[in-house]
Write a protein that binds this ligand. Structure first.
Ligand code: HEM
Length: 211
């Protein structure tokens, strides 16, 4: 039987960031697609002001989160790797349906599997910058004199990609664990039952010598 150990994996700021980002994205998605004309929910005027406020809050949150990633060294979790990438893709396409074990073991030093690293990094470096830039250009289009159609198109495209990710993310979190709470609970409490493996721990820095 595999040995598991209760491990503290998500510090408070990471959980705060995760859930407030999720809430803001839901609000931005709901209001954004009303502005786009997909349905009527809050009323167009309200949707615009809620969207603008949530967007500013998200930009502030992201600024703090970038600071957190660099000061804690957590940015290293997102350095992409091709090692085991093929195995993870094969697992989600085929292996999972045959109840095969996950090819990559999670530790608190490697919270993300190679596919997650790639997808999350892509969001940080591509999707979010596109959404934020086009959103700000949209906001200040009058002052800047930018043509609105391409900006709105790129913004809605970025939103659509983010929304698709959101749905797949939720589906994977809720359906691939032993129970729907297996992967959800650690992001609330910070603690997760992980297979014991300290082998991936970074080597402790040598003590400074006295001379
Ligand atoms: C990151 C910062 C963001 C900023 C600064 C921002 C800003 C804006 C602004 C100013 C508008 C136009 C409102 C108007 O008509 O007056 C807009 C529209 C929209 N936003 Fe955002 N937004 C951001 C993030 C998001 C996110 C995360 C989503 C989706 C989850 C989203 C989805 C949309 C959609 C679908 C529209 C309608 C585009 C269209 O006209 O077809 N936005 N946004």
């Amino acid at each position: 039987m595999e040995r598991t150990k209760r491990t503290f994996i998500y510090p408070l700021f990471e959980r705060f960031w995760h859930w407030s980002q999720a809430a803001l994205i839901v609000v931005l998605g709901l209001t954004g697609f009303e502005i786009h004309g997909s349905y009527r929910l809050f009323g167009f005027g309200n949707a615009v002001s809620i969207h603008n406020t949530a967007a500013i809050l998200l930009l502030i949150l992201v600024a703090f989160t970038i600071f957190w990633h660099f000061t804690t060294g957590q940015w290293k979790q997102y350095v992409p790797t091709t090692k085991n990438l093929g195995a993870v893709i094969r697992y989600y396409a085929v292996g999972i349906f045959k109840h095969e074990p996950h090819p990559v073991r999670r530790t608190r030093y490697a919270k993300l599997n190679p596919l997650q690293k790639l997808v999350y990094l892509g969001f940080k470096l591509m999707i979010f910058p596109v959404l934020a830039t086009t959103g700000l250009l949209y906001m200040f289009s009058n002052q800047l004199g930018v043509p609105i159609s391409p900006v709105a198109f790129l913004h809605a495209l970025g939103a659509f990609v983010l929304l698709s990710f959101f749905i797949v993310h939720l589906y994977i979190v809720l359906t691939t664990g032993r129970t729907p709470l297996t992967y959800l609970k650690p992001m609330i409490t910070g603690w997760e039952e992980l297979e014991e493996d300290e082998s991936a721990a970074p080597t402790p820095a040598p003590e400074p010598s006295a001379d």
